[in-house]
Ligand binder design. Structure first.
Ligand code: NDP
Length: 384
């Protein structure tokens, strides 16, 4: 198979660095030609030098200007810089691995260019799954999931007829506080929330995993990527994170995808698709696994899952508002300005105050996100 060209958006982050690790093991199959980050100019420059990349993008304009002056790199600057990078390079595959809703414009730009998109960045699918999937269909580009649970569903659905799906079984590790009572949850510190038991990830998605909002967001990923309804997606707690998710078919048969909790397997599958490539990721030793446990999430202690479903069912601008307000709430929590248990309270109050409208353009999504951020910020100052 011919070499694939890649642009990695968010290359300095957790998913971005692991993507480069995989690319390093498959230099004959993958060629990295563009990299992008938020403000980490030094990290981006080091990666560009290592990979012989001539074009990069930095969202932070001051950092971009400085990097352009101090290196030979062609630096695309600002939020639009990520879009111009992907438009100009027109690669086979854009890895979307920046965190937060800010990734939406560059994902749309990549799809409109005809590039396939390997999608880790989930917030854009929450806020604007309709626009993302419409753009992919219109420009003949593929969306390839990176998120391990979504990759699991994707792998279980290979060669299957979607109409024969009864439901998706979406697993959740339950996060570090699965067994904590409500009183204890009120005193969770940022350090505790950032110490996820099984996955090492960036701060936003780690806190979202602890509140279970991450699982709520994954329901959107499944809905949009596989054309399912919210009610066809059941979340179950599975602490060991060995079964990454599964699909139940209408004859009662269940297919599940298993493996050690290591993102590199899911990332590599998105890069290698439709092939499977070898790797040296440690293998699961099934006979040594003593037990696999399953349960239902506790909606009282972890209301975020319910809020995500409600916002999704209501549709329109609600999901974009929820996602944007969540970014504000998580940041405020990490800064010590909001209690852990106030995150869902803030989100619920934000959704209650919102007068929703349909989302048919990027500008409308951005208007909804702006409203969510402002309302979230206002509530942080009154609740914090
Ligand atoms: P990190 O916080 O580790 O990395 C985020 C990356 O995005 C960094 O390169 C950062 O640059 C860049 N970035 C942040 N904001 C902007 C912006 N406004 N414009 C351009 N670049 C920006 O996050 P993760 O790698 O953990 O997660 C990335 C995405 O993947 C998230 O949406 C997350 O939900 C999803 N995901 C992550 C998983 C994981 O295991 N980590 C698993 C499944 C999904 P800089 O370094 O300059 O700040």
């Amino acid at each position: 198979m011919a070499e694939k060209t890649l642009v990695i958006l968010g290359s300095t982050g957790s998913i971005g660095r692991q993507t480069l690790e995989i690319a390093a093991s498959h230099r004959d199959r993958l060629r990295v030609v563009g990299l992008a980050a938020g403000r980490n100019a030094a990290g981006l420059q080091a990666q560009a030098e290592e990979w012989g990349v001539a074009q990069v993008a930095l969202a932070d304009e001051a950092a971009a200007t400085q990097l352009g002056q101090s290196s030979d790199l062609r630096v695309h600057s600002g939020a639009d810089g990520l879009c111009s990078l992907v438009r100009e390079l027109r690669v086979d595959l854009v890895v979307a691995a920046i965190s937060g809703g800010a990734g939406l414009a560059s994902i749309l730009a990549a799809l409109e260019t005809g590039s396939n998109v390997a999608l880790a960045n989930k917030e854009p699918l929450v806020a604007a799954g309709n626009l993302v999937t419409q753009a992919a269909a219109r420009f003949g580009a593929q969306l390839l999931p990176i998120d391990s649970e979504i990759s699991a569903v994707w792998q279980c659905l290979r060669g299957e007829n979607r109409r024969e799906v009864e439901k998706v079984l979406l697993t959740a590790s339950g996060g570090p506080f699965a067994s904590w009572d409500a009183a204890k949850l009120a005193h969770v510190t940022p350090e505790q929330a950032l110490a996820h038991p099984t996955w090492r990830m960036g701060p936003k998605v780690t806190v979202d995993s602890a509140t279970l909002m991450n699982k709520g967001f994954e329901i959107f990923e499944i809905k949009w990527l596989f054309g399912l309804e919210f009610r066809e997606i059941e979340v179950m707690i599975h602490h060991q994170s060995v079964i990454h998710s599964g699909v139940q078919f209408r004859d009662g048969s269940v297919l599940a995808q298993m493996g050690r909790p290591d993102m590199r397997v899911a990332i590599q599958f998105a890069l290698s698709y439709p092939e499977r490539w070898e790797n040296d990721v440690p293998r699961m030793d099934l006979p040594t696994l003593e037990q696999l446990t399953f349960g239902r999430p506790d909606a009282t202690r972890f209301p975020c899952l319910r809020l995500a479903r409600e916002a999704g069912e209501a549709g329109g601008s609600y999901p974009a508002v929820l996602s944007a307000a969540d970014e504000v709430a998580v940041e405020a929590f990490l800064q010590g300005r909001l209690r852990f248990t106030d995150i869902p309270r803030l989100l619920e109050r934000t959704l209650e105050a919102h007068e929703h409208f349909p989302l048919t353009s990027l500008a409308e999504v951005q208007r909804a996100e702006q409203w969510g951020r402002e309302q979230g910020g206002h509530l942080v100052s009154t609740m914090g």
